[in-house]
Design a protein around this ligand. Structure first.
Ligand code: FES
Ligand SMILES: [Fe+2]
Length: 398
C-alpha cells in the first residue's frame, strides 16, 4: 500500500486548513441563515424540488461498481428501479428495471451477466437493454417488433469515475456543464481507479436535506461522534470553504494537523465535496466515502446510500485487510450515530414549532441550501414565492 502520492487538492489546502486550526476558526458564512420548516415538510415544495433540483444529472454510482463488461447493479432512484449495466461494448447504461411486457423488475442485486431474464414470463434482455428473447413469440407476440421493446434507457454519462444520469428518458445530459468548475477538481482525484469496498443503504425518517446537512458540518462531531473514529480523528467545527459553481468543497483538519507550528507532511485533512444536488464525497487518506441523499415517498423520509471507496486496489491483501476492519466501523458511524440524530432532527422539524437556523460555522449547509433554493427560484414564479422568497426574507430578517 503506497500512500505517498498526496492528491493535489490536499497539498493545496494544507496551509489554509492548518492556519485555520492555529487561529481556532475557519471560513464562516457572513450571517446565520433561517430556513422555514416548510422547506423540509411541505409536499408542494418537495414536489417542486423533484421538478427542479432533481432534474439535474445525478451521480448514480462509482464506475468501479460496474467495472467489467456485463457487470451490473440495481438501485432505486427515487421510486424508479434502475439497472446500471456495463454492456459487452464497455459502455455503461442506466436502464429502467421494468420488463417491457408487464413491468416486472428483471434484475435484482448486483453481479455479472450477459442477459437479464424476467422472472414472470421469461422475456430476456441483453446487458445493453435490447430485448433478445420472447418465449412462444409466434403464439402471442408475432406482430411485436422486439427492437422497439428494449428496456427504457435513461440518458447517462460516465465521467470522472462516476456514472451520472437524468431521470427523464427524453432528457439530455451534459455532466461537464452541470459540474462546471468542479469538473476539473474531481478529475484530480482519479476516481476512475477507485475500488468500491461496500455500499450500505438506509431509509431514514427525515427530509433528504436534513440528511445532507449532517454531512456538511463538523459542529456535531464532539457530541455525536465522541466515541468513534470520526470524532477521534478530526478537529471539529473548523472548515475551509471553496465554492465551485453549484458545488463546493470543505477542508476539514484531521487531528494529526494539530497545533504544530508547521503542518506535518502527509494527508492531514479531509476534503468534503458537495456535488449538487444530492451527493457528498468525503475523502480519506486511503479512499473516501460517497454519500447520496434521495427524497423518500414523503417529505419527511429519505434514503441514504453510503459507499466506501478505496484509492488502492482491493486485490492487495494489505488494503483488503485494512478495509475489512475499517468498513464496519465507518458504516456504524453513519448508521448508529448520524442517522439517529438526524431522525431526531426530522421529528422535531415535522412537529412544526420552530424554523431551522444554520450557524455561520455551518457554511457548507448554508451553501447547499442556497443552491437548492436557487433551483426553485429559477423555476415557476409561484414556487419562487412559496419557498425561496420566504427563506430569503427570513434570512435577511435575522
Ligand atoms: S412481465 Fe416480464 S415477461 Fe411478463
Ligand atoms: Fe456525522
Amino acid at each position: 500500500m503506497n500512500a505517498s502520492a498526496i492528491p493535489a487538492p490536499i497539498l493545496e489546502l494544507t496551509p489554509r486548513v492548518h492556519a485555520a486550526v492555529l487561529a481556532g476558526v475557519g471560513d464562516r458564512a457572513p450571517t446565520t441563515m433561517r430556513i422555514p420548516n416548510a422547506n423540509y415538510t411541505d409536499p408542494q415544495i418537495a414536489a417542486a424540488e423533484l421538478r427542479t433540483t432533481f432534474s439535474a444529472p445525478l451521480l448514480v454510482t462509482p464506475s468501479g461498481a460496474v467495472r467489467e463488461p456485463g457487470s451490473f447493479l440495481t438501485l432505486d432512484l427515487m421510486g424508479t428501479p434502475v439497472i446500471v449495466s456495463r454492456g459487452g461494448d464497455g459502455r455503461v447504461r442506466v436502464l429502467v428495471n421494468a420488463c417491457r411486457h408487464r413491468g416486472a423488475t428483471v434484475a435484482e442485486g448486483s453481479g455479472c451477466t450477459r442477459r437479464f431474464t424476467c422472472p414472470y414470463h421469461g422475456w430476456s434482455y441483453d446487458s445493453d437493454g435490447s430485448l433478445v428473447g420472447i418465449p412462444d413469440r409466434r403464439k402471442g407476440f408475432d406482430n411485436l417488433d422486439p427492437a422497439a421493446r428494449g428496456l427504457v434507457e435513461l440518458p447517462s454519462e460516465e465521467r470522472n469515475g462516476f456514472v451520472w444520469a437524468v431521470r427523464d428518458p427524453h432528457g439530455v445530459i451534459h455532466v461537464h456543464r452541470q459540474l462546471g468548475p468542479l469538473d476539473a477538481e474531481l478529475a484530480r482525484w482519479d476516481y476512475e481507479h477507485h475500488d468500491v469496498v461496500a455500499t450500505m443503504e438506509m431509509k431514514v425518517e427525515a427530509n433528504w436535506k436534513c440528511a445532507l446537512e449532517a454531512f456538511q458540518e463538523t459542529y456535531h462531531f464532539p457530541y455525536v461522534h465522541a466515541q468513534s473514529l470520526v470524532g477521534h480523528g478530526t478537529v471539529a467545527n473548523i472548515v475551509t470553504f471553496d465554492q465551485f459553481g453549484r458545488h463546493h468543497r470543505l477542508g476539514v483538519p484531521l487531528k494529526m494537523l494539530g497545533a504544530e507550528p508547521e503542518p506535518l507532511p502527509g494527508e492531514n485533512l479531509t476534503c468534503i465535496y458537495y456535488i449538487h444536488p444530492c451527493s457528498v464525497i468525503a475523502t480519506s487518506p486511503l479512499g473516501g466515502e460517497l454519500l447520496q441523499f434521495y427524497p423518500g415517498p414523503s417529505p419527511a423520509s429519505s434514503t441514504i446510500r453510503h459507499t466506501v471507496l478505496s484509492r488502492f486496489p482491493l486485490a492487495d491483501d494489505e488494503v483488503a485487510a485494512f478495509f475489512k476492519d475499517y468498513t464496519p466501523q465507518i458504516q456504524a458511524v453513519v448508521r448508529d450515530e448520524d442517522a439517529v440524530v438526524l431522525e431526531r432532527s426530522g421529528k422535531g422539524i415535522v412537529a412544526g414549532y420552530s424554523d431551522v437556523v444554520l450557524g455561520r460555522n455551518e457554511i457548507g449547509c448554508q451553501a447547499a441550501h442556497r443552491q437548492i433554493l436557487a433551483d426553485l427560484a429559477d423555476a415557476h414564479p409561484s414556487e419562487k414565492e412559496t419557498a425561496a422568497q420566504r427563506t430569503l426574507t427570513s434570512t435577511t430578517s435575522g
